[in-house]
Every structure is written in C-alpha cells, then in structure tokens.
Design a protein around this ligand. Sequence first.
Ligand code: XCC
Ligand code: SF4
Length: 671
Amino acid sequence: MAKGKRTYEEQTSDPAAQQMLIRADELGLSTAFRRADEMVPCNIGGAGMCCKICGMGPCRLTKDGQTGVCGATIDTIQARNFIRSIAAGAAAHSDHGRDMAFTLKAVANGETEGYMIRDVAKLRTTAALYGIKIEGRSPSEIANDLADLYISQFGQQRGEVIVTKRAPKKRQELWKEKGVVPRGIDREVVEALHRTHIGDDQDPEHILIHAVRTAMADGWGGSLIATDISDILFGTPAPILGQANLGVLKDDMVNVVVHGHEPTLSQMVVAASQDPEIIEYALKAGAKGVNLSGICCTANEILMRQGIPAAGNFLHQELAILTGSVEAMVVDVQCIMQALVDLASNFHTKIITTSPKVRIKGAVHIEFDEHKALTIAKSILKTAIDNYKNRGATHIPQVREDLIPGFSHEYINYMLGGSYRASFRPLNDAIMTGRVRGVAAIVGCNNPRSRQDYLHTYVTQELLKQDVLIVETGCGAIASAKLGLLLGEAGLEKVGPGLREVCETVGIPPVLHMGSCVDNTRILTVLTQMVDEGGLGDDIDQIPAVGLAPEWMSEKALAIGTYCVASGAYVIFGGPSPISGMPDRVADSDIVLRYISEGWEKLYGGKMEFIPDPDEMIQRTLAHIDKKRAALGLPAYDAAKFGRSGDARMVEMEKLPVMDRRQAVYGVAAD
Ligand code: XCC
Ligand code: SF4
C-alpha cells in the first residue's frame, strides 16, 4: 500500500466492498475510494471561500477582510455558493418530479406502453387533497386533472405552490409570515441563479431567505410530486422481503444493474425481465435467466415495491462492475460516476445511458421514451443478454443481507391501527410516555472521504440503544440494510428497552426503510400527521425529532436539509462544512454559519449544523430530543422505566420456576 493511502478497512466498513477494493488493486484499476485518497480536496473551495461566478475572478478569499475584485465579502460568496448548490439540488429533484407528472398525464391519456394506475386509492386521496372532483369519475379522468395540476406547479409564476398546503396549518402561517412560500417550482430555481449572478443580491441573509424558498420548492414541491406519482403509478410501498449487497449478483444469470433515480425506467425493466420472451432469450444465451438488481435510489424504488435486490449504494457502483459479472449497467439520472465507462472497458460490462438529459462518452445510448417503454426495456435487456457470452472470470463476494423495506407513511399509518383504526396514535403515545425517546431520520449519500457506511451505521446503532426510532432513505438506508439493521428480529437485543417493546408489539424493525431520496417527503408527511394526531405540539418543530446526513456528498442533500430546517427540523450533516470559512475565523463573525444555525432556529425552529465527529452528532441529537421533550412537558427519558414486557421479558420469565413467574407478574406470592 502506498504511503498516506488508507487501508481497505479504513476506506469502507463493508466486507464485500473491501474484497472488491483488493481486487481493484490486483487488477491495477482505480475507484472513487483510491481517487479520493489521491485528490486532496481544495481547502479554499471546500470552505466556501472561492468565487468563480464572473470572469474577473476566480477570487480566493484567504485573508481576513479581503474581498473579491467586485468587492464581494466572504459571507456573500459563501451564501451565493450555498444557494447555488441548493438550486441545483432542487432542480434535480424537481425535474424528476416533472417527468413523473408528464408520465402520469400520458398514462391518463392512454399514450404510454406498459404503465397503468396501480394505486387508485392513493390517486383519489391525493386528488381530493386539492379539491379535484373524484366522485363518479374514472381513475384516468382524475389522473389527468392531477397531472395537469402538478405540471402547472413547475411553471407557475404567481401565488403559492399548492403542495405546501399539506404542511401543518401553523407551519403554513409561519412560511407566509416569513415570505418563503415558493411561487412556482422553476421560478425559485431560476431566481436563485439570477440573484447570484455578478452584481445582484449581495446581502448574505437576504440570499439565504431565498435559499429557503428554493429548497421549499423541492421538498414541498417537486420531490413530493415525484413520490406521489411514483406511488400512484407503481404502487404505494408496503413491507416486502428484499436483499442487499454485491452478493445478490448471480454467477449463472445475466446480471443487469439499474442505477440512478427515476422509477419510470427501472419499473419497466422489472416488468420486461419477467416477460416470457426475455426469459426464453436468456435461456437460449445459456444463462438461467435475467437477474436484476439496483444501485442508489433506483435500487430503493424497485426494492421497496417489488423486492428486487439492491446491489449496493452510491460507492458500490464501481464495485459491481469489478465483479466482472455485470452484463449491463443501465443508468438514467443523478449520482452516476463518469468513471463507470472507463472502468467497464476493462470488463465486458456495457454502460447504457437512457435519459435524453444524460450522455457519457463511451457509453451505449438507448434512449428511453415512456410511449414505447416496454419495447425499449426489452431491447435494453436483449442487449445485456447478447453480452452474456463475453463474460470473463467473475468474482462476486458472497456477502448479502436480508431486509424488509417499504414503510411508506400510508403503511405506517395502517400498521399502527389496522384498516379500521389507522392512525399515528400509538407512535405519539409511545413518544409521550417515553417508551420511544424520539425519532431520527438518517438519510443521504456515501462519501468516499469518509469510511463507507461507517458513520451511517454507527450513528444508527448508537441511537437505537437510546430508544430513538430511526427512519431511513437513500444510500443511508442501503448502508443499514447491508448490516442487517432493517430486519425485525435481528439485533433487537441491541435496541433500547422501550423501543424494543414497541417494535415487538407492532412487529416492525427499529429502523424503517422509507424509500429513495425524493421520498424524504414521506418523512415530512409522517411528521405532519404526528402533529395532526395531537399530543406532540401543534407544529413540526415541537416534535422530538432530528434529521442526519452523516455521509452526504450531493447538492440534493443540501436542498433536502434546507427544506427540513424550514419545516422545523434540526438537521445535522457529517463531514466538513462547505461554508466553514477560514479556520482561524472567530465564530462570531461567521455570518453564514451562524445564520443557518441560530438564525434559522429563531425563524423556523429548525437549524442546520455540520458536525464531523459521530459521537458529537449523537450527543447533540439526544440533547435536542430531550430538549423538545421537556418543552412539551413530557416525562424525561428514563431507560430503566421500560422493557418489562415483550419478548425479552418472556425469555427471562421462562427461566423462572412457575411459582416465581406468578410472583414476577402479579407481584403476589404463590398461595
Ligand atoms: Fe445519490 Fe439518491 Fe446521495 Fe445516494 S443518497 S448518493 S444523492 S443516490 Ni440520495
Ligand atoms: Fe470575484 Fe466578484 Fe467575480 Fe466573484 S463575482 S469572481 S468575487 S469579481
């Protein structure tokens, strides 16, 4: 190992990934893990101190009091860099939402091939939220109106993005008062770019108000639209058994990995892979069939709906190719490394781009079009099958874990009360009594600058011991899945006593997989419903809950974090802050850093912080949860109070002689 390079164990905590990194070195091939070691991050850009938005720069502000050529201060530059990231993140999520809305429109009008409205109930409930008439109308008619309404939100110029009406009443009032309700989804993104052109908005706090408005257009706009329509077209997720990690790849089958974000393509590939014609074609090619798996959020989309296995999270994309067993990696949008093409050229793997928005030099392009979706999906699979004969030696790590994903907000509602009494009451009650101390959403990416999966799973496991119920999405959820944390029975002995009782009673894992990254909006819906249920205050900021993105890397993560703050959440990012500024700067003068924490907390009750140390993340999470419990007048969390019932207690009891059991249960001596 070259000097200064991390060991495999330091690069990833996943044993399957370690095996593949060894293989990469044996073959002399590079991966993001190695490139991260070699590419020292720019400490000026990394701290948000570089501006390159005009041709008089780039200006690097490294001395106190220094300004750019135009006179821009460090705070203005940091705020501008920050909002530009948020705008890009919001654009990515929302453009995904827009494509979903157009697909819904096309499905409603019978113009597509292979799609249908799978969840009529969700279509009707969603349409009814906006006053779209549902009685006596066909699903297609309702879907057409809902699609039109959703499509109009992107280009809307004035008024309010209608999706924001789904937040708690008090929150909506607050947004109005602060003037951050988005007018139209695209409008806010465009204005973010306009404001940060040279010579526009140069008041950092004013820029950051618009950052909130832009992020809101994502969370209470484009992303929520994407989630709604995915459920309507492909089904609202419910628990299903799945598997995760590279061990899901098969030696005797044609391995097709779908990677990216939009379920429109991946769902059709799933359908095509079960088509008799395709199975026959694969058998003829000498394979036992087509084995589909996913990477990144596409993995989550098909995992939680069809139980299609996840080959891994963000940092597994190159590792899957290194197994030598992948005939085709089919990608659409977002989080696709350009390095895939070069790496794949050392194997037989074909990288197939499919989005009209995304091309990578050297990749095969088979453009996706929902009007001919099934035909295209089949032709993609045939390309993969034709490639099976070119496969060389394979090295598939035999590492995989079972998991149960699919905890949509609708399902959580149902599971807590059944069909007739669906409600969030039991969850609210569990928090109010202190059986569940609070809730943490642990979400977001992998980042090769930290040890893969380690921060996610360490923070998750430690919070579970503290009776914190965890919900997860995105690559973070896959990290937990790979470690077996998304299974009901597994590891409950490592979970706090109160939480354990709740999990045993309801029959849920202590970590709930809620979907992809656009599905962070499911968490907003859950929080809103917890508010509506009563007992935990009248707005989201009063709920004992925290959001964490320990290994984030994407601009989308910053947009998500910001809309969560605007919704009232305390959001903790891992890794170094992209707006940390000069290391010797006194915190007091750090306007932007202070504004997004203390400033936002005053305005929205939520705040954003960057905390590299996992133990500090955990400590601040618990402190925040306890503070919110106290503010609600709830009993202080006491680990010793619960855990006297449930399976653990049963095991304990069974060890006792019969007479003593009675004593233990009823507190009376045997007669
Ligand atoms: Fe991408 Fe969504 Fe991040 Fe994973 S978690 S690396 S954004 S795939 Ni969204
Ligand atoms: Fe430099 Fe100002 Fe141009 Fe930025 S906008 S590059 S600070 S001159």
